[in-house]
Design a protein. Structure first.
Length: 230
């Protein structure tokens, strides 16, 4: 069974995280590196995916910058989203083979790993047929998104991934129409439980669930590889 390389990183500007994904993926293609899961949190940033509508960013770039929030157009799927401290971002860099060469199956598996990892904390995550991601029936009422998904595939090599709201500043989501969805809101583990696991507490649960769903036989944490420049 395959080994998953897990890198847990500190606060990471969006540009740096994107560059690392591309460099690792290039090394995978050229040198046969194995599969990676990058776990990190971004410094505040609004990102626009391939399907984004500019009108879903409700304030100007100047207004975002005044609050210390960057704005990036990127090549992931989906609409507009926000990343920032208190959010766990996961970037699986996988080479999908065989039966895994199915976009819907891959998205479903990412959702399943998040749902499994949330269960020990008493959160019953669920899917919503209209929209990807992990959702909950909020204690404040109504359906709210807890984790967003946005992926990119090229010849079945994956980039981008998911963002789980542990304890981000939810007010920042009010600067956008999250994922272009006006019918449902956004929430966090902290908002639902009035407490939230730290990344150090939650990441092992997520890695275990990820390995279970995707069938990895072991993990290798940290480490370093020689990467191409650029």
């Amino acid at each position: 069974m395959k080994t998953l390389h897990v890198w847990s990183m500190g606060p990471t500007p969006y540009a740096q995280g994107l560059a690392l994904q591309k460099r690792l993926q290039s090394a995978q293609r050229e040198g046969g590196l194995g599969d990676f899961l990058l776990l990190l949190e971004h410094t505040p940033v609004v990102t626009l995916g391939r399907s984004a509508h500019a009108a879903h960013v409700l304030v100007s770039k100047e207004a975002l910058a005044a609050q210390g929030i960057e704005c990036w157009e990127t090549d992931r799927g989906g609409d507009v989203t926000y990343h920032g401290p208190g959010q766990l971002v996961g970037y699986p860099l996988l080479k999908l083979e065989g039966a895994w060469q199915d976009v819907k199956k891959y998205i479903h598996a990412l959702e399943e790993a998040l749902i499994l990892a949330l269960k020990p904390w008493g959160i019953e995550g669920q899917r919503e047929g209209r929209w990807p991601g992990v959702w909950v029936e909020s204690r404040h009422g109504g359906l709210r998104k807890l984790a967003a998904l946005g992926v990119h595939m090229s010849r079945w090599h994956t980039r981008h991934g998911f963002a789980l709201n542990l304890a981000p500043q939810l007010a920042h989501f009010g600067l956008i129409v999250p994922c272009g969805i006006r019918e449902a809101g956004v929430t966090s583990v902290l908002e639902e439980l009035e407490l939230a696991p730290t990344r150090a507490q939650f990441e092992p649960l997520l890695v275990e669930a990820f390995c279970e769903v995707f069938g990895y036989g072991g993990i290798e944490e940290g480490g370093a590889v020689a990467l191409p420049e650029g």
